[in-house]
Design a protein around this ligand. Sequence first.
Ligand code: ATP
Length: 450
Amino acid sequence: MRQQSWKVFVVEDDEWYRKLLVHTLSLNPDYEVSTYENGSSLLADLKKRPDLITLDFRLPDYSGAELFDKIKAFDPNIEIVMISEQQDVETAVSLLKKGAYDYLTKSEDIRDRLIHVLNKLGKNKELIQRVETLQEEVERKYDFQSSIIGQSAGIKKVFRMIEKAVTTNLTVMITGETGTGKEVVAKAIHYNSPLRNKAFVPVNMSAIPRELIESELFGHEKGSFTGATSQRIGKFEQAHGGTLFLDEIGEMEISLQAKLLRALQEKEITRVGGTQVVKVNCRVIVATHRNLLEEMKNGNFREDLYYRLFGLPIELPPLRDRDKDVVILAKHFAETFAKENHQSHKSFSQETLQKLMNYRYPGNIRELKSIIELAMVMADGDEITADDITFAQRDVVSDVLSEELTMKEYQLKIIKLYLKQYDDNIKLVADKLDIGQSTIYRLLKEESLS
Ligand SMILES: Nc1ncnc2c1ncn2[C@@H]1O[C@H](COP(=O)(O)OP(=O)(O)OP(=O)(O)O)[C@@H](O)[C@H]1O
């Protein structure tokens, strides 16, 4: 990341030192340097908002301490490097405590030390800028109306539920097939809620070995089990004050479910191998691709936990039930891919869009995203053609429906598909499709004559 240009004001009445400082600063083309011989001319110019001021301690009209206070009162973000004589060091140090960035004494090596201070400051500023940019990115990313793409009735219902979720503190239960955006929704809720500045802590139950889940959630004390070489804070404690996202909650063992219930109800946990009770207060969002009601009926999920977690339910529809969202998402992913890879924009042919619409997407939006990314790589020209689209799983239904045909043509296509599947056994195919064998013979014959 290139550092932006900085405004540096040098306040120094001694001409020799002023020239020395300006010369040193001018070595860096990113600094825009202005000079001042006294305090009043500096104060008059503060409105230009410098990033840094090198401030001589003894000026004809103001003392360093007075000027320091005035500058900080005007804008506490202006960094000040005090330049003092040896005998002023004590006061310079007291200003350091009040927030001066550093102080330099007028000595032989002042140039080197100024360069060192500037480098240090540069790195800090860069870090601050990076954090600010990241913060903005996060906020932009989770402005859910623009990050969760879609206009179908199904996704609009999800938006309405997210809006409810951000204004309450209820536990949220997100359900949906794999790749439907459960994690995206959980983040959107957190980053749009009053807890947005606190931690969002995700834990995926299916990604952690069973024997480690308890310690992962609740932490452990040193020596509580082989391998526990030091104390460890669990995810519950990490999420204190923020949001804990328990992904794939349906995979949690029944014995642990009781402990989770206790943590949620009592708002306290005990680390594995510990006795001390730790208060934890966090918002909980859970997600699952399973039907938890079924799991509950089958005895795999505790009823009391189910009702404790149910809170606000958000159901993410599979992509195949989101009408034209496939097209909107495909265009969005193509656009994003082009931007990220410095490629030119590519459009979709009508045939391609039809092919995309006909597929059933067992992997949902995650699958569509990789299909589009591959297509962007495969497409040679400015248009993505149907041939550039490769589905990971052969989808017989969408293959059959991929073109606009007459009913008769569809029948013939389906019959041929079945014949292929059942080794041309016409009797078996007629049985399977519940049509007469004569219909099959007739359609095949008509095709051969046409
Ligand atoms: N509506 C949407 N708009 C844009 N991108 C989306 C949308 N929904 C999901 N995605 C993207 O699809 C991918 C899968 O989403 P996510 O990981 O949230 O799904 P999931 O339901 O949590 O999956 P799993 O159950 O497998 O963990 C991510 O790359 C996500 O950014």
